[in-house]
Design a protein around this ligand. Structure first.
Ligand SMILES: Cc1cc2nc3c(=O)[nH]c(=O)nc-3n(C[C@H](O)[C@H](O)[C@H](O)COP(=O)(O)O)c2cc1C
Length: 223
C-alpha cells in the first residue's frame, strides 16, 4: 500500500501542515505502508492554461514542461493521496489549488452524473482514496467551512482539520506536551488508515481535542 502526501503550505517542510502530515505518514509506515511526502513549494508548477490539449490533442499529457510530469507519476502511483494545506483566506492555498488544477490530464471530456451532481470522468478508472489535512490560525471550526466544501468533491475517506495551528510549531514545553498528544492521535489515525482502510471514532475524537482554551490562545498569539 502506497500513501502519498502533497503539502500545499508555502512553508514546506517547516510548516504546521507538515507536522500533521509527518505524524500521519509515520503511523502509516508503522502499519507497513510505503510513503512519500511532496512539498509542493519545492517544485516548479505552472498554472493550467485551460487549453484542453491534454484532452483533445495529446490525451493524458500536458503541453507544459515542468515538474508536474514527476508529480503526476507519483500521484498516479498512490493508493491513498493526502492533500495538505493551511487555511489561507478561508480556502486552500493557491499552491495546492494550482496543483489540483494541473491534475486535469487524468480526467476525460466525459460528463458523469450521480443524483443530479455533474463531474468529469476519470480518464482511467482508479480506486484511490483521499485524505484531507488542513490547519488554520484561528480557534473554532468556521475557518474550515470552505475547505470542507472543496474537499467534499473528492469524497475523502478521512478529514483532519486542526484549529489553533500556530501551536503546532511552538517551542513552549507545556504546549509541546499537548501538541505531542495530538500528533500521537494523528499517528494512530495514519496507522489505522493503512492497516484497515478506515479510522475509528475514538481516534477521530482524540484528533479533535482542544489544544488550548480560546482565551489562552489569544494571549499566546499576543493579539
Ligand atoms: C495569507 C494568509 C492567509 C491566511 N488566512 C487565514 C484564514 O482565513 N483563516 C485562518 O484561520 N487562518 C489564516 N491564516 C493563518 C494560517 O492558516 C496559519 O498561520 C497556519 O498555521 C499556517 O500553516 P502552515 O505552517 O502549515 O503554513 C492565513 C495565513 C496567511 C499567511
Amino acid at each position: 500500500m502506497k500513501m502519498i502526501a502533497f503539502n500545499g503550505s508555502p512553508a514546506g517542510k517547516d510548516s504546521a501542515t507538515n507536522r500533521i502530515i509527518e505524524a500521519f505518514l509515520s503511523g502509516a509506515e508503522r502499519a507497513g505502508a510505503q510513503t512519500e511526502n511532496y512539498q509542493l513549494c519545492d517544485y516548479a508548477i505552472s498554472q493550467c492554461r485551460g487549453c484542453f490539449a491534454c484532452w483533445f490533442q495529446s490525451p493524458g499529457v500536458c503541453v507544459m514542461q515542468d515538474d508536474m510530469k514527476q508529480l503526476l507519476r507519483a500521484y498516479q502511483s498512490a493508493d491513498v493521496v493526502c492533500f495538505g494545506s493551511p487555511v489561507y483566506s478561508w480556502n486552500v492555498t493557491a499552491l495546492l489549488k494550482n496543483f489540483v488544477d494541473r491534475l486535469i490530464p487524468l480526467k476525460s471530456p466525459l460528463i458523469t452524473e450521480s443524483s443530479g451532481n455533474f463531474d468529469m470522468a476519470d480518464a482511467k478508472q482508479r480506486v484511490q482514496r483521499y485524505v484531507a489535512i488542513a490547519n488554520c490560525g484561528f480557534p473554532g471550526e468556521n475557518n474550515f467551512s470552505i475547505i470542507k466544501a472543496a474537499f467534499s468533491c473528492c469524497n475523502p475517506a478521512l478529514e483532519i482539520y486542526r484549529n489553533c495551528g500556530k501551536l503546532l510549531k511552538s517551542k513552549q514545553p507545556s504546549v509541546q506536551t499537548v501538541v505531542g498528544e495530538y500528533l500521537q492521535a494523528v499517528e494512530t489515525a495514519g496507522y489505522e488508515m493503512a492497516a484497515t482502510g478506515q479510522v475509528c471514532e475514538e481516534t477521530k475524537q482524540r484528533m479533535s481535542m482542544p489544544l488550548m482554551s480560546v482565551q489562552d490562545y489569544v494571549k499566546f498569539l499576543g493579539m
